[in-house]
Ligand binder design. Sequence first.
Ligand SMILES: Cc1cc2nc3c(=O)[nH]c(=O)nc-3n(C[C@H](O)[C@H](O)[C@H](O)COP(=O)(O)O)c2cc1C
Length: 354
Amino acid sequence: MSGMINLPDTRPQKNTPTFWVRNIPVYGDVILSPMAGFSDKPYRLICREYGSAMSYTEFVSAEGILYGNHRTREMLEFDPSESPMVFQIFGNDEEKLAQAAKKIEALGPDIIDLNMGCSVRKVSGRGAGAALLRDPAKIGRIFRRLSRELSVPVTGKIRLGWDSDSLNYLEVVRAMEENGAALVAVHGRTKGQGYKGQANWDAIAEIKQAANIPVIGNGDVKVAADIDRMKQHTGCDAVMVARAAIGNPWIFRRKDIQQVTLAEKAQLIYRHLELMLDFYGPERGLVMFRKHVVKYVRGLSHMAQVKQQLVTCTRPEEFIALMNRYEADAEARAARTIQNPAYRIQSTEFKVAG
Ligand SMILES: Cc1cc2nc3c(=O)[nH]c(=O)nc-3n(C[C@H](O)[C@H](O)[C@H](O)COP(=O)(O)O)c2cc1C
């Protein structure tokens, strides 16, 4: 029909790998992006259940790995069902990065990834994260060493450059792939931009054109339709979602949060809480869950006061009772709406008319 545009169907086919990371098949084209404080085992498991195609840990410091602290070990815990499992590391020292990567390879990840995108001063101010982008030769040396010394594929996550005067993404990707990188994930902003402005999807398309390794596009996927929009715009092999996935794993099913019922949300809240309590223990688990709760309940009516109680209660039973009561009240409100005379008039009119 004239005027209709037939866009190619870019959704992944079941049972056929969407792309490969060297010898590792990936089934699916939407992935939970690594996020410090969020991409822990409980939330990764939930996102995988909802369709995220791979698991990335949050970034883990090479020094932390070498000193072997408890928090680092916790960040690297994973479930075998999470395969392909990616451990993401950061650091600025080539020797320490190599030693740390070898040490954690023994824990059994499928892939090790180098963070070259973190913009926070504590990281990039010390030459790690996005600061590595200023030195593509160093990136080349790190990838050469890691890909020689590790048996698992080595990948990297980058930004477009340090700032708008040094957009060296093509040079960085070349240095990576010439030295053995098996995939690149690209957040379409510079370090200087932080999270401001719009992610540059044209630059991601340029990288996809130039690269011989799979490219994951990232930045500003906000609603389900953006997944296919980014794929069509850039040709990338898969899309990573960070901020829009907090409190919204439905995005991995390409379902928008407005389509999610209260019952579905509540069910997920109970399940996520259970995983948090299992993983972190009852006290810490509940406290760590609070940042997710505020995102899950966003937009729910009559929630303001309940939310306050949900994020301050100190016992899981209390949390569950509060949530149960909120659900019961919401049901009662819905029933009252149905019995409302105004609604009855409407339905009678409908009957007469019909
Ligand atoms: C709270 C938070 C923590 C993040 N931590 C990491 C991290 O550990 N490693 C990483 O590569 N990127 C990290 N990022 C960046 C995201 O993975 C992603 O590249 C960025 O948020 C852009 O994607 P978005 O527009 O979907 O949010 C983090 C982002 C946020 C908001």
